[in-house]
Design a binder for this molecule. Structure first.
Ligand SMILES: [Zn+2]
Ligand SMILES: [Zn+2]
Length: 674
């Protein structure tokens, strides 16, 4: 029997799951796992919470609790989130487990012994008050690139650039607010550059890597790889397993990947199995696209350093925005999994997150679109088709699948489609094109509804009974096929269908129990037809429409959060009259204006402000031709710090609206505005 190792990106144990996590990683991984299990592949699907790293350590210090207190809480919450969405993990462990420490240390040690890890002296920030060095998230300051404040020691959120703490301008310690100084320290580095060639080969020759993943990886590896720091000076983490390295721990990305293996190891040991036999057969990593770099560059290199088999594929799911805007957990612009599943069945979420867009594309969650798809597609198309099949079977044929009559062209065509469907969907899932698979199913139920409308069994039963029998015979066959091939997508609803048609069912209840890990139903049965005479139970509609009222409530809740946020911001945005008085506004008259070479937006303008002519660079070229501006009266901010734009000095600013309408005035040139 072939084996399969599926890993899901490790959620960081610093907060619960939101819909974006499920969409990019866990739902696709679960579809793939369920499909493979149904095909007799001995599958293990693993995950763990990622519990080290500076964000958790900093938060613990700020809240005066231990990091473990934080991760205990979120390990449980995240576990519940994943369970309630029926992500059928075989093993969900933690990177604070003892076995994980051992495996991570062994990994590091072996790479070190093989000469892939070396020591290097680097500059670091050190806080005298706290008596400690300040790695990445322990420090904030001004970004050297875009000058925005509050840039973190590892990255500037405003311009997105990767940063080293020592690059920050005016850095300050996040624990004591003190000013750190630069100090030298020894750290361990991984010889990433040595793996450039084999990585190139792996990336270029692996036709199982999806395009989006491959393109990113190619670009990075072609840019050339820099060696990669593997350690940090801090207490929270896995100690570096070498002599003379007290006070150093493994950088979280030097050990988090190993969580896949340690999680599998724990599971395998408990059940007398060997996790490596799964890994060595076929391994697929499901991740969000933000960590493609880590999984196509760092991780394969680490594996090559130990001669461990490289993954079969890495599937990187796109981002999810919310109502057209980037999600933000800090601003509350987010939907938490728990809140969502308190109101809606997890199958609805699974359906929407898959059908919404191909996995490798970014997409948006919108409440209206969610309602539309659930009501029109899941309820009206799929649910309605299944329900009318059941209802008519009862009404006209005593709840038994009727004997078919002779097939006409429509029947033949319909039968062919039913028989082709399982292979089509299988091919999509095997190629990680989960949406395409679901779309195939939805397209067929759509045409099945049409077939039903054309055949009119309710009428035919009186006029051409054989035709009505054929229609219901074939329709029940499709429903049976759906109860199998929809299982990876809609694990709960399909069990309800199977219950009605009297077929073996599964218990769908969160994670996978070891005893129940072999499914009762096999994918290939989807091509088999039920016999005429097979009994169907009475059924209730499978899905219910979502009422407008419910959607309105959810939208109100979300946007209310948003308004509170804006009000808060407005409060802090208020300025005093003294502050306003500092702005020197003067009536000016434009004397000259010309385009600035190389810029579409900027004009160089000479403005008479009474006692002098000022040169101002104004971003109004898209709206105004230079010649139209001559003699126009404008309002000038006269006491703005000089700046250079496109190499041209600007001494002031012209007031204009958002839509670039210049503010004008009847006042006299040189008059100050109060
Ligand atoms: Zn920046
Ligand atoms: Zn400090």
């Amino acid at each position: 029997m072939s084996k399969l190792f599926i890993s899901c990106a490790l959620p960081y144990a610093n907060g619960p799951c939101h819909l974006g996590h499920l969409r990019s990683t866990y739902i696709p991984a679960d579809i793939y796992a369920r499909y493979n299990r149904m095909n007799g592949v001995d599958t293990v699907m693993v995950c763990a919470t990622d519990e080290h790293g500076t964000p958790i350590a900093v938060r613990a210090e700020q809240e005066n609790i231990s990091p473990k207190d934080i991760t205990d809480k979120y390990h449980e919450l995240i576990g519940n989130d994943l369970k309630s969405c029926n992500i059928s993990l075989d093993s969900f462990r933690r990177t604070t487990d003892k076995i994980h420490y051992e495996m991570a240390q062994e990994f590091f040690k072996e790479l070190y012994e093989k000469g892939y890890i070396y020591e290097k002296t680097i500059d670091q920030l050190y806080c005298d008050t706290c008596q400690r060095s300040l790695p990445d998230r322990y420090v904030e300051g001004t970004c050297p690139h875009c000058e925005s404040e509050g840039a973190r020691g590892d990255q500037c959120e405003v311009c997105g650039r990767h940063l080293d703490p020592t690059e920050l301008v005016e850095p300050h310690c996040l624990i004591c607010d003190g000013t750190p100084h630069v100090q030298q320290s020894e750290q361990y580095y991984f010889k990433l550059h040595e793996f450039e060639e084999p990585l190139k080969k792996w990336i270029n020759e692996n036709d199982k890597l999806p395009k989006n993943v491959k393109n990113f990886a190619k670009e990075w590896v072609n840019e050339g790889l820099k060696d990669w720091i593997m350690t940090r000076d801090m207490n929270w983490g896995i100690p570096v397993p070498l002599k003379d390295s007290e006070g150093k721990v493994l950088y979280v990305w030097a050990e988090a990947f190993i969580g896949y293996q340690s999680s599998a190891n724990t599971w395998a040991t408990e059940h007398g199995l060997d996790w490596k036999s799964y890994w060595d057969d076929k391994t697929v990593h499901f991740i969000g696209k933000d960590i493609i770099y880590h999984h196509t560059i760092f991780w394969p290199s680490m594996l090559m350093g130990r001669d461990i088999k490289l993954p079969y594929s890495v599937i990187g799911g796109g981002y999810l925005s919310l109502e057209g805007r980037k999600m933000s957990t800090s601003k509350g612009w987010v939907i938490w999994v728990k809140d969502f599943l308190d109101k809606f069945d997890s199958d609805l979420l699974r359906y929407y997150m898959v059908i919404n867009a191909p996995l490798n594309k970014d997409t948006d969650f919108s409440w209206d679109d969610f309602q539309r798809r659930i009501n029109n597609e899941l309820t009206d198309n799929l649910g309605n088709y299944i329900h009318r099949t059941f209802t008519f079977t009862h009404k006209f044929f005593d709840g038994k699948i009727p004997e078919p009559g002779e097939y006409n062209e429509e029947d033949k065509e319909f039968e062919r489609k039913i028989k082709e469907l399982p292979d089509k969907v299988a091919e999509c899932i095997e190629n990680f094109e989960f949406r395409d698979g679901l779309q195939e199913i939805m397209n067929l139920t759509k045409s099945a509804n049409k077939y039903f409308d054309v055949k009119k069994p309710w009428k035919a039963v009186k006029e051409d009974e054989a035709s009505a029998r054929t229609c219901l015979y074939l329709s029940n066959q499709l429903v049976h096929a759906l109860s199998i091939i929809l299982t990876p997508y809609l694990p709960e609803a399909t069990q309800k269908i199977r219950e009605v048609i009297g077929m073996p069912t599964e218990v769908v209840d969160g994670f996978t129990n070891f005893e129940d890990r072999i499914p009762n139903v096999n994918w290939k049965e989807a091509k088999e037809f039920l016999e005429a005479g097979h009994e169907i139970k009475k059924a209730k509609p499978l899905f219910k429409k979502i009422e407008d009222k419910i959607i309105e409530e959810e939208k109100e809740k979300l946007y209310a959060l948003d308004e509170t946020e804006e009000e808060d911001e407005n409060m802090s945005d208020l300025i005093s009259i003294d502050e306003f008085a500092k702005v020197d506004l003067v009536v000016g008259q434009i004397k000259e204006a010309e385009k600035i070479e190389g810029s579409k937006k900027l004009l160089r303008v000479q403005v008479d402000i009474g006692d002098e002519i000022r040169q101002v660079v104004a971003g109004i070229a898209e709206k105004y031709e230079p010649e139209d501006l001559i003699d126009r009266k404008v309002i000038v901010v006269a006491n703005l710090q000089p700046a250079k734009l496109f190499g041209v000095e600007s001494n002031g600013m012209l007031l204009a609206t958002d839509s670039i309408e210049l503010l004008t005035t009847e006042g006299n040139v040189g008059e100050h505005i109060k």
